[in-house]
Design a protein around this ligand. Sequence first.
Ligand SMILES: [Zn+2]
Length: 132
Amino acid sequence: MNNILERVAYLRGLSDGLALESDTKESKLILEMIEVMTEMAESIEELSEEMMEIDDYVELIDEDLDELEDFIYDFDGDEEEKDFDFEEIECPYCGEIIAIDKDLFEEGECEKEMVCPNCSETFIVDNDACDE
Ligand SMILES: [Zn+2]
């Protein structure tokens, strides 16, 4: 936007070169126009600077957001490893409710032998993830 300020300054220089007599209607008009153009150019310059500041700010927010996304993504990844997906099962022998970790099934494994911690009976737990 420097360009506009420079061009208005050039116009001002041209009008100075004309040595306008300030009491003619034409010179008043030209001088007033240059005055208005100078103010407009300065306003545009200010707006442009504000826009650049906002641009920088948005860029920073964008970077922060990226970091946040990475953090959440990593967090989720960690959670998957840490977080146990419990399932409650009932011992068919004594009725004891036992919390089992769904991850205890290996990939493709559809049932597992369990020993009830209450009655020590052995029974089979079905993996819900398997299609019947
Ligand atoms: Zn039992």
